[in-house]
Design a protein around this ligand. Structure first.
Ligand code: C2E
Ligand code: MG
Ligand code: MG
Ligand code: MG
Length: 306
């Protein structure tokens, strides 16, 4: 039986299809038209310089504002977009929109470095480099204002092909960042062969740093061990990263204590709810203005703007 999915899309149901499959088919068919209908938007999360306490840039994070589903998180729709080949359209939209916004902030007098996430599927496209180049020219963006984030696992998938692609992107003059570092199976010695300038320590390590202060399920001793292990791991990651000339960003910083520990470990930048959630462009501009003039021990309160 064929079922009408909206638009001109018909999906043929296999009797073995379960509810989760049906839900996924519905999601992908709605997502296909979401791009054209302008239902996607970007939010921006501040990246804070550990030394000065000031905003250094932002990460663009896509959201889907669906008229029927409400706000859908990228954790839910990016995997679907990747599986059904919609990620190229979504990814191109993100690149263009992030460049447009970067230009708009420039005209408002704000020079913000903007980080853009790339899917492994985008990296496989022959015309990705041309697309980025065209978007930068369209909005007259200096390449030094853009950073492209690639997850560690994406970078390690077909490393040979990826290396060529990353080098071509790098030649545009933009920076490259290793996202979610520590969750994959790569070694820094291998990643060294790829042209990265920044490394983002995955949130899972940051969470472990102050577990003793929050987790009441495990014993104090167990938590202490986790803390010490995480500390040793992040310490090693930071030292190696610096030896390789990467700037190190800690993701998912939520507590003052995590921030203090990460400062002690010489992390260069912080990103996390302690500073701010991802914000709409208007809220981000307000936040950045309020933050102006802030100094090291006086991080801005974020709640008011979230
Ligand atoms: P990511 O690139 O690692 O982005 C960081 C994620 O962590 C974001 O989730 C952000 O909201 C969240 N986060 C930041 N600080 C904290 C914190 O202190 N605590 C907690 N619990 N979470 C924090 P988000 O926006 O839901 O995005 C999830 C993932 O979806 C991203 O992980 C990225 O892999 C993917 N994604 C988002 N936007 C895009 C995009 O434009 N293109 C592609 N290909 N992937 C994207
Ligand atoms: Mg990212
Ligand atoms: Mg990340
Ligand atoms: Mg992540």
């Amino acid at each position: 039986a064929a079922k009408r999915m909206g638009g001109n899309t018909y999906i043929f149901y296999d009797p073995s299809m379960n509810l989760a499959d049906e839900e996924m088919m519905a999601l992908q068919s709605e997502l296909r038209v979401a791009v054209e209908r302008g239902e996607l938007m970007l939010h921006y999360q501040p990246k804070i310089d550990a030394r000065t306490g000031k905003i250094r840039g932002v990460e663009a994070l896509v959201r889907w504002n669906s008229p029927t589903r409400g706000m859908v998180s990228p954790g839910k729709f990016i995997p679907v977009a990747e599986r059904f080949g919609i990620i190229i359209d979504v990814g191109n939209w993100v690149i263009n929109e992030a460049c447009r916004q970067t230009r708009e902030w420039m005209t408002q007098g704000m020079r913000l470095k903007v980080a853009i996430n790339l899917s492994v599927f985008q990296l496989r496209m022959d015309n990705l480099v041309d697309y980025i180049d065209a978007a930068m020219k369209r909005y007259e963006i200096e390449p030094s204002l853009l950073i492209f984030e690639v997850t560690e696992s994406a970078a390690m998938e077909d490393p040979k092909a990826t290396r060529g692609k990353l080098k071509a992107i790098k030649r545009l003059g933009v920076s490259l960042s290793i996202d979610d570092f520590g969750t994959g199976y790569s070694s820094l010695s291998y990643l060294r062969q790829l042209p990265f300038q920044q490394l983002k320590v995955d949130r899972s390590f940051v969470i472990e740093l102050d577990r003793d202060q929050r987790d009441e399920v495990s014993s104090f001793e167990e938590n202490q061990k986790q803390n010490n292990d995480a500390l040793a791991i992040v310490d090693a990651i930071v030292r190696l990263s610096h030896a390789l000339n990467y700037r190190v960003v800690a993701e998912g910083v939520e507590t003052e204590r995590q921030k203090e520990i990460l400062m002690g470990l010489n992390v260069d930048e912080f990103q996390g709810f302690l500073f701010s959630k991802p914000l709409s462009p208007a809220m981000l501009a307000l936040w950045a203005m309020g933050e102006d003039g802030n100094i090291l021990d006086d991080f801005p309160p974020t709640q008011a703007f979230v």
